[in-house]
Design a binder for this molecule. Structure first.
Ligand code: GAR
Length: 198
């Protein structure tokens, strides 16, 4: 069976990208491109080390429509069939998401519908969870539509909050115990269904 051609969109450190590369779980898809809005993202180095093609699409100072058109152009040039948002800190509108219905997935570091939507990203999510005082948090992988963090949920995994947690400690636990596990699993599920539907 032909593997689903995947692009991973990143903005920062890229530990979720690394999990996708290393886990061995993603068998029905191949990461053929890593795209970042940030040319200094360490995730780009991880991609290069793994021999994966990279591209930078600048967002800063660029109108949303133009940014999304540039993204679509690079995805189309590379024959991309599925998109994984792995720490991609840019909002995408319906103009973009409608191009890939049920073919874009995102990992979010909380149990959606808690601590999600506009303004909830990265460490801020864990800061909010700690200040609310939740005792259980986790991660969610979901389809991406025009509503930020609003698409149908594919997988979730719960993680305990411990007394004395800082946002950084909690972020690391959520990554280790949830994100790095469920992102490859959910990616495989979606990649498999795309390759079977061909
Ligand atoms: C991850 O925790 C990811 O879930 C989160 O940013 C971090 C990126 O880390 N994404 C969001 O908050 C999106 N709303 P990484 O670059 O090491 O994968």
């Amino acid at each position: 069976m032909l593997k689903t051609k995947i692009a991973v969109l990143v903005s920062g450190g890229g530990t979720n990208l690394q999990a996708l590369i290393d886990s061995g779980v993603l068998k029905s898809g191949e990461i053929v491109l890593v795209v970042s809005n940030n040319e200094n993202a360490y995730a780009l180095k991880r991609a290069e080390k793994a021999g994966i093609k990279t591209a930078v699409v600048v967002k800063k100072g660029v109108p949303q429509e133009e940014f999304e058109e540039s993204l679509i152009k690079v995805l189309e040039e590379n024959g991309i069939e599925m998109v994984i948002l792995a720490g991609f800190m840019c909002i995408l509108t319906g103009d973009f998401t409608r191009r890939y219905p049920n073919r874009i997935i995102n990992v979010h570091p909380s149990l959606i519908p808690s601590f999600c939507g506009k303004g909830f990203y990265g460490l801020r999510v864990h800061e909010a969870a700690l200040s609310y005082g939740v005792k259980v948090t986790g991660a969610t992988v979901h389809y991406v539509n025009e509503i930020p963090d609003g698409g149908k949920i594919i997988m979730q995994k719960a993680v305990e909050v411990h007394d004395g947690d800082t946002p950084e400690i909690l972020q690391r636990r959520v990554m280790e115990q949830a994100e790095w596990i469920i992102l490859p699993q959910a990616a495989e599920k979606v990649a498999e269904s795309i390759s079977k539907s061909r």
